[in-house]
Design a protein around this ligand. Structure first.
Ligand code: NAP
Length: 272
């Protein structure tokens, strides 16, 4: 059985570990390392996994090493591990935004098995969306296991080119915030109509949940068909949709996603 080391006991790694334990993976096949003790010990105590303050001990224990530290720590952590651990059979999986494979290879070694991923925050609920790209040194078996690991946090999709990670960042990575903004705008109108904050929130969150589930449970229908189905000619929904479309919502969303993409590309370029 593969053993997995999680470097960093923060939000993203905790989400993945929680998902793995829920799936029934043996807790003793997982180790988490983090220099400061609180989060690491709390995580280990609540889930029964191993823990250590040493990244090297964690990396020595494992076949898969999940790099879940902030992007600016990735190079240091990779260097620390590669200087003291035989990494020839290990597979590294990074969740760090903007850290390229070239950057990690420089700190590990050229030809190291590295998978770059871009999850999003709903991973905390097991409802994440993760884009994954594997460099050519990663074997089919390693890809399969890495996919199984990330599926603990939600859905996954494999990418053909590393650059597509930037597109993933701009669509699903930053995407939850786009929906939050739309919900905030609706909530403001509900408040303005005189509903209490609690009722306003309930109206918006249940509508968002229902709409998302309509899309999920009607996978044979285009999203535009679902919209058309609730848009009667001359009715209230059509009045609102016309206002949104005439107001430029569709190109505006396109520009927003392009802005996020440009920023992701700039950050990746700084790190490549
Ligand atoms: N959260 C998300 O939704 C999300 C989405 C996509 C990608 N990501 C990526 O996931 C990574 C982690 O993000 P996060 O939100 O989980 O951050 P976080 O909660 O701050 O977790 C990072 C953890 O790394 C620990 N750490 C710092 N230096 C370390 C070292 N040298 N060795 C081992 N552990 C170390 C920190 O410990 P201390 O707190 O004790 O310093 C902290 O527990 C980032 O690279 C981010 O880009 C996150």
């Amino acid at each position: 059985m593969n053993k997995v080391a999680f470097i960093g006991a923060g939000n993203m790694n905790a989400s993945i570990i929680n998902g793995l334990i829920k799936q029934g993976i043996d807790a003793q096949s997982i180790i988490v390392s983090n220099p400061s003790p609180q989060k690491r010990i709390a995580l280990a105590d609540s889930l029964g996994i191993k823990q250590t303050a040493s990244n090297i001990e964690a990396a020595n224990f494992a076949d898969f090493i999940i790099l879940g530290v902030k992007p600016h720590f990735i190079s240091d952590v990779c260097q620390e591990i590669s200087q003291s651990v035989d990494i020839s059979t290990k597979c590294f999986l990074s969740v760090a935004a903007g850290c390229t494979i070239a950057q990690m290879e420089r700190s590990l070694r050229h030809g190291a098995a590295i998978i770059r991923t871009m999850p999003n925050t709903p991973a905390q609920l097991g409802l994440g969306m993760t884009g994954m790209f594997a460099c050519s040194a990663v074997s089919k078996e390693q890809c399969d296991y890495a996919e199984q690991l990330m599926k603990a946090a939600g859905e996954t999709v494999w990418l053909d080119k590393e650059e597509q990670i930037d597109n993933i960042t701009s669509i699903s990575g930053s995407g939850p915030a786009y929906f939050f903004l739309f919900m905030e705008a609706m909530q403001q109108q509900a408040l303005a109509a005189g509903f209490s904050p609690e009722v306003s929130r309930k109206l918006v969150q249940q509508t968002a949940l229902g709409a998302a589930n309509m899309v999920v449970y009607n996978s044979d229908l285009e999203i535009s068909e679902l919209r058309n189905n609730v848009t009667s000619k001359g009715g209230t929904t059509q009045a609102a949709i016309t206002t949104l479309i005439d107001g430029g919502l569709i190109p505006l969303v396109g520009s927003a996603i392009e802005s996020a993409l440009n920023r992701a590309q700039e950050i990746a370029q700084q790190n490549s």
